[in-house]
Design a protein around this ligand. Structure first.
Ligand code: XCC
Ligand code: SF4
Length: 628
């Protein structure tokens, strides 16, 4: 079958991206879109979740519904095969967030034990608050002692704790009672992931529904466990975000400076690179090399971490990562882990760009590995920045093309900042919701996926929702889309409906609020719990929804599932690989509603998706007795 080549206008909505896709072609650089074309059409069995390679009696492919090959060699049918695959998919996503959280926890412990001087406590008040929330008596303790006590408490949440995760206390009672009834209360963070690996071994949990319920439990151990720990500890160690100005798009790369991009997820590395680019000695070296300075910019979620807390500019999201290097003006890309396409090493090699990996968990063939840990991070960061300065001398000016001008945006809307702006209580927001000025709120989160036109669904869905007086909170790669579209500036209130517009203008905030990275989706579910508790209702009763319009990652599946399991209706732009099982697809798209009070919707068209979400918000408002 001849494949139809997509035109460049079908790949992305952005001019900076289109220019760089053309340059990549001219420079002989292969991109994610080229490889997607090579891989299309995809295997139908895999797309439906109907392949299994969990043992060597197989691998098996299951033809659902036919009279032959309905079962794998062990006897697993389509429903079980899909459930096992999806269970492991979610477990991998949850493990990624939670293992990222563990690195913050190790760092907190090292601070407490006095084993690091590179990292400190920047928000002692929050440290104290979280300690108290976790039930620790920290009266009279100094920051170090509190750090040690809190680390110990959270290590229990990761390990063999017999009680409950500390943050489950944040939830409305209705929700925790429902989870207990369903047997999906997350016990410890690592345990649920390990148990999923166990359950999905041949001949263990062979009931598709039971597996799906455990997938929910795994996801909850991420949302109310690992991700929440990652977020709160990042705030404690690096500071709780406050609203600030920043800029976004490839135009943030500067022609006359040494450009360093940080990519990945953990602030542990990127914060140290930030400290190093301010080092007077390194700045002097940059000047001596002919640069006017050292410019740091972010990609993906570690970019979000620096953006939220430090206002560091954001060069791009997932699908912009290769294109950022194609500018030919990047001296170094420094990565930690997750969402770093292995292809980036090759793209870097096409230019003078140095590629540094920093985590023993994430080495990249062909890259230079400079390992960071809490005893050496500051020094290692200086090593990396010095190498970038050296690389500036090798830059080929004739191959440099930086498209676009930076776009301004506001960032830094932590829950503390949002509640602070409201005078310390959620009441003004609840009043606006009750009065119908703000009809509801939607978290638009997640990735890019080259199968969908880059950022098209993100931007159009957000515009449709704010028009309908729905406040949007944004995290992850969706942030860059909103920023580039100008939706993260207060003047975007002009594009909102009359109610939301008036609220935004009175508070001086944009109608789309940047609340962080992907682990920071924990901020969104926490805020939902705060609002539900204030109203005395369950999260499932709130006029809220979530959406991952352009998701690709296992982590996004975990996020989607913890949102739904927490009672939040969740839209996806494309389905996970579960469509080979009618039973599980129906459970995801409807049946879950009767179990956890929310379900998924799949819709690639942003305008239709906005209608679906709008209908949900209407129904929830009505059930609460709120008028439109
Ligand atoms: Fe990765 Fe978090 Fe997705 Fe972006 S949004 S592609 S997961 S970087 Ni998290
Ligand atoms: Fe085949 Fe069953 Fe083995 Fe999977 S676990 S590969 S379905 S025999």
């Amino acid at each position: 079958m001849a494949k139809e080549k997509r035109s460049i206008d079908d790949l992305t909505i952005w001019d900076d991206a289109k220019q760089m896709i053309k340059k990549a072609e001219a420079d002989g650089v292969e991109t994610v879109w080229d490889r997607l074309e090579d891989q299309t059409p995809h295997c139908k069995f895999c797309e439906g979740g109907l392949t299994c390679n969990k043992c060597v009696m197989g691998p098996c492919r299951i033809i659902a519904g036919g009279d032959k090959k309905q079962r794998g060699v062990c006897g697993a049918d389509a429903d079980l095969t899909v459930a096992r695959n999806f269970g492991r998919f979610v477990a991998a996503g949850a493990a990624s967030h939670s293992d990222h959280g563990r690195d913050l926890l190790d760092t907190l412990e090292a601070i407490g034990a006095g084993e690091t001087s590179d990292y400190t406590i920047r928000d002692e008040a929050k440290l104290k608050r979280i300690c108290e929330e976790a039930g620790l008596n920290v009266a009279g303790m100094d920051a170090k002692a509190m750090a040690e006590a809190l680390a110990e408490r959270f290590f229990e949440d990761y390990g063999c704790r017999r009680g409950e995760l500390a943050f489950l206390a944040r939830l409305p009672k209705q929700r925790t009672e429902l989870w207990a009834k369903l047997g999906i209360t997350p016990r410890s963070i690592d345990r649920e992931v390990v148990e999923m690996m166990h359950r999905t071994h041949m001949g263990v949990d062979s009931d598709p529904v039971s597996l799906c319920l455990h997938a929910a439990r795994v996801s909850l151990s991420d949302g109310w466990g690992g991700s929440m720990v990652a977020t709160e500890l990042s705030d404690i160690i690096f500071g709780t975000p406050e609203p600030r100005q920043a800029t976004v798009n490839l135009g943030v790369i500067k022609e006359d400076q040494v450009n360093i991009l940080v990519h990945g997820h953990s602030p542990i590395v990127s914060e140290m690179i930030l400290a190093a680019v301010k080092d007077p000695e390194l700045l002097a070296q940059a000047k001596a090399a002919g640069a006017s300075g050292i410019n740091l910019a972010g990609l993906c979620c570690t970019g979000n971490e620096l953006l939220m807390r430090q206002g560091i500019p954001m060069a791009g999201n997932h699908l912009m990562t290769e294109l950022a290097l194609v500018t030919g003006a990047v001296e170094a890309v420094v990565v930690d882990y997750q969402c770093i396409m292995p292809s980036l090493v090759n793209v870097a090699n096409c230019y003078h760009t140095k590629f540094f990996s920093t985590s023993d968990k994430a080495k990249f063939a062909g890259a230079e590995h400079v390992e960071f840990n809490y005893t050496n991070a500051k020094d290692q960061a200086k090593v990396v920045v010095a190498r970038a300065v050296e690389a500036f001398k090798e830059r080929d000016k004739n191959r440099v093309d930086i498209p676009g001008e930076p776009v301004s945006m506001l960032t830094g809307f932590s829950n503390e900042a949002i509640l602070g702006a409201l005078g310390g209580t959620p009441d003004p927001l609840l009043d606006a919701v009750k009065g119908g000025q703000v009809r509801g709120a939607v978290g638009i989160v997640g990735c890019n996926n080259p199968k969908l036109k880059h950022d098209y669904v993100h931007v159009n869905l957000a515009k449709e929702l704010i028009k309908r007086d729905v406040l949007v909170l944004v995290t992850g790669c969706a942030t860059v889309a909103m920023g580039k579209a100008g939706l993260l500036m207060p003047d975007a209130a002009e594009q909102a409906g009359p109610g939301l517009s008036a609220v935004c203008k009175s508070l001086g905030i944009p109608p789309v609020l940047h609340v962080g990275s992907c682990v920071d989706n924990a901020r969104i579910i926490h805020l939902c719990a705060v609002l539900a508790n204030a109203l005395g209702v369950d999260i499932a009763d709130l006029p809220v929804a979530a959406s991952a319009p352009e998701w690709y990652s296992e982590k996004a599946a975990a996020i989607g599932l913890y949102a739904v399991s927490s009672g939040i209706y969740t839209h996806l732009g494309l389905p996970p690989n579960i469509t080979g099982s009618e039973a599980i697809t129906n459970l995801a798209l409807g049946g879950l509603e009767g179990v956890v009070g929310a379900a998924f919707a799949v819709e690639p068209d942003p305008f239709k998706a906005a209608d679906l979400i709008d209908a949900r918000i209407k129904a929830k408002r009505k059930a609460l007795g709120l008028s439109e």
